[in-house]
Design a protein. Structure first.
Length: 165
């Protein structure tokens, strides 16, 4: 059994159990079977380099997950709720260019998905060649690309680099 298979199996099983919402014997059995099949078929494609499998990367992934869920998401939801409940608050929607400095497709995807999943921002296009995201922002604070990056994607990129690059 390869490390790729084992790591992907564990990740998929955890995701399955989190989505199913339980750890009953049937959840464990079905999750294990599904995770074994998917890991056997896709582990060599999903995890291209075994050298990148490390405890420190996993620790950053876990840290990112909790930071994203309990800090970034909460702040963004509160901001959008405040705008909904206070119609007098100004909104200034628009699409801004956000450059990124990431090497792998995985890290760019994590960053783009994190931006899209955060209320108030949506990635509408990605220019991989020029390493730019185009983001619809509910309240554009600046149109300067580097400043936009600081507001929108800097934190996501920091974690994505440590996890995938």
């Amino acid at each position: 059994m390869s490390r790729r298979f084992l790591v992907l199996f564990i990740i998929l099983l955890v995701i399955y159990l989190a989505i199913s919402g339980g750890i009953s014997p049937i959840d464990l059995l079905l999750g294990s079977i599904t995770s074994i099949i998917v890991s056997a078929l896709l582990s060599r494609y999903v995890i291209k380099s075994e050298e990148k499998l490390s405890i420190s990367r996993l620790a950053f992934l876990i840290k990112y997950f909790f930071h994203y869920l309990f800090v970034i998401e909460v702040k963004a939801h509160l901001n959008v709720m405040k705008r909904i409940l206070s119609p007098s608050l100004p909104i200034n929607p628009g699409i801004v260019e956000v450059p990124y400095d990431l090497k792998s497709d995985y890290s760019a995807t994590l960053t783009a998905n994190s931006i899209t999943n955060t209320p108030g921002t949506v990635v509408v296009s990605i220019d991989h060649k020029n390493k730019k995201l185009y983001v619809h922002w509910i309240d554009v604070k600046t149109v300067d690309p580097m400043e936009s990056r600081r507001y929108i994607s800097e934190t996501f990129e920091k974690y994505a680099k440590k996890i995938f690059d």
